[in-house]
Design a protein around this ligand. Sequence first.
Ligand SMILES: *[C@@H]1O[C@H](CO)[C@@H](O)[C@H](O)[C@H]1NC(C)=O
Ligand SMILES: *[C@@H]1O[C@H](CO)[C@@H](O)[C@H](O)[C@H]1NC(C)=O
Ligand SMILES: *[C@@H]1O[C@H](CO)[C@@H](O)[C@H](O)[C@H]1NC(C)=O
Ligand SMILES: *[C@@H]1O[C@H](CO)[C@@H](O)[C@H](O)[C@H]1NC(C)=O
Ligand SMILES: *[C@@H]1O[C@H](CO)[C@@H](O)[C@H](O)[C@H]1NC(C)=O
Ligand SMILES: *[C@@H]1O[C@H](CO)[C@@H](O)[C@H](O)[C@H]1NC(C)=O
Length: 549
Amino acid sequence: MKFGPLWALVLALTVAGVASAATLEQWRSRSIYQVLTDRFARSDISTTAKCNVTEGNYCGGTYQGIIKKLNYIQEMGFSAIWISPITLNIPEKTKFGYAWHGYWQQDLYKLNDHYGSAEDLKMLSRALHARGMYLMVDIVTNHNGWNGSADSVDYTRFRPFNDRKYYHDYCAIADYTDQVQVENCWLGDTTVPLPDLNTEDQNVRTMYGTWIKQLISNYSIDGLRLDTVKYVDRPFWASFQRAANIFATGEVLSSNITFACSYQAELGSVLNYPAYYAIIDFLNSTSGTTAPLLHAAQTFKTSCKDTSVLTTFTENHDLPRFASQTKDMALAKNALALTLLWDGIPIVYAGQEHHYSGYADPANREATWLSGYSNKAELYTLTRTLNLVRSRALALSPSYATYNIWPIYNDTHTIAFRKGSSNAQIISVFTNVGSTNTNYAPWTLTLASGVTGWIPGTDVVEVLSCTKLTISPDGSLAVKMQKGLPKVYFSAAAAKADRRICNGAYTVSDAGDAAPSETRKSVATAGLRGKKKKAVAIAGIMAYHGLNT
Ligand SMILES: *[C@@H]1O[C@H](CO)[C@@H](O)[C@H](O)[C@H]1NC(C)=O
Ligand SMILES: *[C@@H]1O[C@H](CO)[C@@H](O)[C@H](O)[C@H]1NC(C)=O
Ligand SMILES: *[C@@H]1O[C@H](CO)[C@@H](O)[C@H](O)[C@H]1NC(C)=O
Ligand SMILES: *[C@@H]1O[C@H](CO)[C@@H](O)[C@H](O)[C@H]1NC(C)=O
Ligand SMILES: *[C@@H]1O[C@H](CO)[C@@H](O)[C@H](O)[C@H]1NC(C)=O
Ligand SMILES: *[C@@H]1O[C@H](CO)[C@@H](O)[C@H](O)[C@H]1NC(C)=O
């Protein structure tokens, strides 16, 4: 009887999860590419069409454009796309430009025809499904959009919520820490206020339920990204998730993992903002340490109902681009690798693969076509490799998804993780020292015997440099760090099964990589400078690294 309450809880969770369990399961192994529909690809697939982000105009991206660029997305390893809200928005130009982004809707039963017709959207959905890919649509339920003052709103312009009775009375949110205000007052400002739906009202819930069912069915939508989740009451989300009955990941903008994950009671998934903050804090080359990542890896798994379905990102259209904060390519690679290898479902925001550097909205909403869609870009190929390796790990062992990332090494600036059970595991090493920090000559860290899960003599591949090495006789793995780059190890046998990983060709590493004693010697002679040298000679590589913390 001691376990009675626990069993009741397990049962309750199981029953509550039944409705969307299958679809959560299907999304777990996906990898998502986020596009702003207006900014990703034009029907004429121009790579020169001007798009001035500060002017707030439609730049011409369409569903047909996305269809024409699906190879570009799929070859980067993505198996799903997230597109902008599809509904009709404020048609006129506001003080903040046009509603080209889709977050100011007015008529939920009409499409935003700048992106194309209903048939175009259905074609996009069919084209994705023909490739085995999923369609995720951005959904706004908190508000509509209005151009003019709050008291000038003409509710008859909206559909289906065409009467003031469907909305909360106007009030501006004054205190964003007060959840009552957050849920009941209006977002926006006095120029473009966002009339706030009374989602506590049963009629509003029913109307939203009817709408989302039709929308999912009309366009064969596979998943939803839910906007402004914490601005809407929780019971609404439970009813909306039940009606939608497909995977939905909610935007809960908070660094507090307990708070963000509490929404997993109503929704299957939330965007992993807490992981975003931990990753960005770690990669801050001024003040970053591994502490936030270590903390995240240790606590998220107990704070969340299911970390494997949270969605992981380091950029989106609301956040400063990573490269707006540092141009360092090595740090950008660490950011992308963490995005793709952290627990959960990765999301990469279009343009991240080209090291786009726009700061805040609207500068972070650059047209992807201006990159020329190069599939040779360093971050494009890195993303491709890591998506391939992750997919391979998932194919070998579905439990890769639910195996919580596990720290196996850390010092102040470097951290290593294991994710995945034996022979499907990925061992990843991240560092925030950057590519140019002269205090960090090449150095070697040792992953101790046992922590990688590989037995002595196992051949492994470092997939970012396509280097093959062997686990040493004592079971340890010596990781040669240089230029601030991340390292990602996968068993050679597993890597070989997909010839696209490193084109099936690996450089065999010099002795240094596999044998710590050799490495120590070569690093000591090759890399270290000046007064650090003596300390290293005495105390070894690990201590050398410690000196620079
Ligand atoms: C973009 O538009 C703004 C406002 O019209 C203008 O000041 C700026 O020079 C334009 N930028 C480019 C690159 O054309
Ligand atoms: C929309 O708002 C802008 C700026 O506030 C204003 O100049 C314009 O007249 C408005 N348009 C309509 C159609 O109300
Ligand atoms: C779905 O399609 C039906 C049939 O064309 C249409 O009546 C309905 O309005 C559509 N609903 C939505 C939300 O698009
Ligand atoms: C995080 O959120 C939880 C749940 O809402 C709350 O109890 C806790 O006080 C929050 N922690 C911080 C540091 O704000
Ligand atoms: C990095 O850390 C410094 C010092 O704490 C801080 O001033 C800066 O804002 C941080 N940068 C980012 C991008 O968070
Ligand atoms: C992180 O580093 C500290 C200090 O060296 C050590 O005590 C701890 O065991 C390390 N944690 C992991 C997971 O390696």
